[in-house]
Each structure stands twice: as structure tokens, then as C-alpha cells.
Ligand binder design. Structure first.
Ligand code: BTN
Length: 328
């Protein structure tokens, strides 16, 4: 264990009380100046630590950054977040980083996390608003033993896991809008971008990228999404610890991923249907080159949308942008 990690353990154990530099230096078997240097680097990483020449050090507040050691602490998973966690204060896109790592052989469960993205990507070539410290921007590498045509199921599975994480930690009204937008009180708070690399008829890797607006303040959203998007802070009026939500998401994701591998997609689909609550709704779907309007009859076994238009024609929709008409 590194000096820094040991130092953090002692500081956390005595959180709220002062601990002398001498004690820390003795326990960790380093010099007092080494302790001082590491305290400086912890402060740089967002830990609020008071220093006094007489009393030593006092840990007042744990860092709000999504640091690997903080993510791991108390994380109840076997694989996700247990291996490599690649952390960036700033990067272009966590999906781009994760794809690069996956192409280089990174194992399943490798996690990329950023405080800020300069080129956050959304579905259908859109960008994802990623201001520093306000959201969760993360991507995970999966190597699922399924054929490529089943990969879209992983996106639905992820949306269920993310909805479960929000429902387990808040009393908010959380829904899924097909295929994978997470809505809070009817507005989009999170999105999922799945990217896949295949070789012949097998999947090499899947990168699941998740963006959540957690502590985006009112008026913090850019004008183009201000009327359709929201954040946990905007809906609750309270700053929410991002790390708690990230851990819960990883835990739910692992539960559903294991369920998928051992029991198949049916249990996930039925939970998805419940959370989406779309059956019977009037919607319009933008298919890029055309728009379909109709009533949602069902979601089929692959999670595709079964839509009936006004003339009674039934169509299976594989991908598109949905607008819920009766909620406009
Ligand atoms: C959507 O359009 O709804 C999907 C948004 C996905 C955004 C996340 S943020 C982390 C990861 N990295 C990216 O560049 N995009 C995804």
C-alpha cells in the first residue's frame, strides 16, 4: 500500500480529531517532511485538511473527486471497479479512452472516469455536456460472451441498472425513455452510449459510457437542452455525493450483467418494461430520415419497439429518438 493510501487510512480513522505529524510519520515509517508532502498532494486532490504546527493534521472533508481509492472504498462488487480505474481530471471522452484501452487488451470491468470531458459524445453524433465536477462521466469495458446482434441488450440492461441506482438512493420519479434515456420527473438526467468492436461473428469488446447530470445547478445547462434536461440537484434542491451514485450504479450494473449471463434477458426486459412505462403511450420516433407516429404496443424479446400507427400498421423500430406525445 502506498504512503498516501496509508496516510489517508490514519486520517480517516481519526476524522474529526487532530493527529500529529510525528504519529503519522512513526506509523507509516516515513519522515515528517514526507508526511507534509503527501498531505499537500491530498489537498490538491480535494481533501480538506487543516494543518497546525502544534496539533498536526485534521481531516475535515473527504474529496468530492471521483478518485479511484474513494470509488473502491466500500464498493460491493466482484469485478466492476475492482481492477483498473483510470481517472482523468480532464479528457476528451471516457468512451474514446476506454475503447483505446479495450483495443489494447484491457480486461472486463476496466473503468474510465473523468471529472470533465472536452469532447463528450452522445448518441447519433451529438455531444454530451460535461462540465467539471458536476456530473458522472464514466465508461466501462465489457467482454460479453454473446453474439454482436445481442449487444443492444446491454444498453437496456445499463439503463435499468442506472435507474435502480437512482431509485435506491433518492425518492425521485425515475423512468426510462426508450431506448436508454434516464428521465427524472420527465426530463433527461442521464444517457448511455454503447460502442462495440466485433471480430467476425463475435464481440471483441463493448464500451458502455454513462453520463449523469448530478450536481448541475439551475441555469447551469446550455440553452439547447435547458428545457428537456435536468439534474439530481435541480430535482431535489440538494447537492448529491457523486461517488455514492457511481458506486451504486456499478453494483447494480454487476447484478444485472450477472443475471443476463446466467438467466438470460427476460428478467431484465420485464424490469425495463416496468421502469419505461411506455406501453400504450402515443409517441413520435425520429428515425433520422423519417418520423413515425403511433402507439407503443409492446417491446419485443430483443427490446425493440413495436409501434402501431393511426392506420393500424405495425412496425418494429430498432433505433430512433422518441418523443412522448401525451406528456408534451
Ligand atoms: C446520450 O446521447 O444520451 C448518450 C450520452 C452518453 C454520455 C457519456 S458521458 C461518458 C461517456 N463518454 C462519452 O463521450 N459519452 C459517454
Amino acid at each position: 500500500m502506498s504512503t498516501r493510501q496509508q496516510l489517508l487510512i490514519y486520517l480517516k480513522e481519526s476524522k474529526g480529531t487532530w493527529v500529529s505529524g510525528e504519529f503519522l510519520a512513526h506509523k507509516i515509517a516515513v519522515s515528517r517532511s514526507a508526511v507534509w508532502k503527501h498531505i499537500g498532494s491530498l489537498k490538491d486532490d480535494g481533501y480538506v485538511i487543516e494543518s497546525s504546527r502544534k496539533k498536526g493534521y485534521l481531516l475535515c472533508q473527504i474529496s468530492d473527486l471521483l478518485l479511484a481509492n474513494e470509488i473502491r472504498e466500500g464498493l460491493n462488487t466482484n469485478v466492476f471497479g475492482k481492477g483498473d480505474i483510470i481517472y482523468f481530471r480532464e479528457t476528451d471522452s471516457t468512451n474514446a479512452r476506454a475503447k483505446y484501452l479495450a483495443g489494447d487488451g484491457a480486461p472486463e470491468g476496466t473503468l474510465v472516469v473523468a471529472e470533465k470531458q472536452t469532447d463528450g459524445r452522445g448518441r447519433r453524433g451529438r455531444s454530451w455536456f460535461s462540465p467539471p465536477g458536476e456530473g458522472i462521466y464514466t465508461s466501462i469495458v465489457l467482454r460479453p460472451p454473446i453474439p454482436p446482434n445481442e449487444a443492444p441488450k446491454l444498453t437496456l440492461l445499463t439503463s435499468v441498472a442506472l435507474a435502480e441506482a437512482l431509485l435506491s438512493l433518492t425518492s425521485l420519479k425515475v423512468n426510462i425513455k426508450w431506448p436508454n434515456d434516464i428521465l427524472i420527473n420527465g426530463r433527461k438526467a442521464a444517457g448511455i452510449l454503447t460502442e462495440i468492436s466485433t471480430e467476425m461473428d463475435r464481440i471483441d469488446y463493448v464500451v458502455i459510457g454513462v453520463g449523469v447530470n448530478v450536481n448541475t445547478p439551475c441555469k447551469g445547462l446550455p440553452p439547447d437542452i435547458a428545457h428537456t434536461a435536468t439534474s439530481v440537484l435541480m430535482e431535489t434542491g440538494r447537492v448529491f455525493p457523486r461517488i455514492v451514485l457511481l458506486r451504486a450504479f456499478l453494483e447494480w450494473l454487476e447484478i444485472y450483467y450477472e443475471t443476463f449471463k446466467t438467466k438470460g434477458f427476460d428478467p431484465i426486459l420485464s424490469r425495463w418494461k416496468h421502469l419505461a412505462d411506455m406501453i400504450g403511450q402515443q409517441i413520435s420516433v425520429d428515425l433520422m430520415d423519417s418520423v413515425r407516429v403511433g402507439k407503443v404496443l409492446d417491446l419485443d424479446k430483443d427490446g425493440f419497439l413495436i409501434l402501431q400507427d393511426r392506420r393500424g400498421m405495425i412496425e418494429r423500430i430498432i433505433s430512433g429518438d422518441v418523443t412522448l406525445l401525451n406528456q408534451e
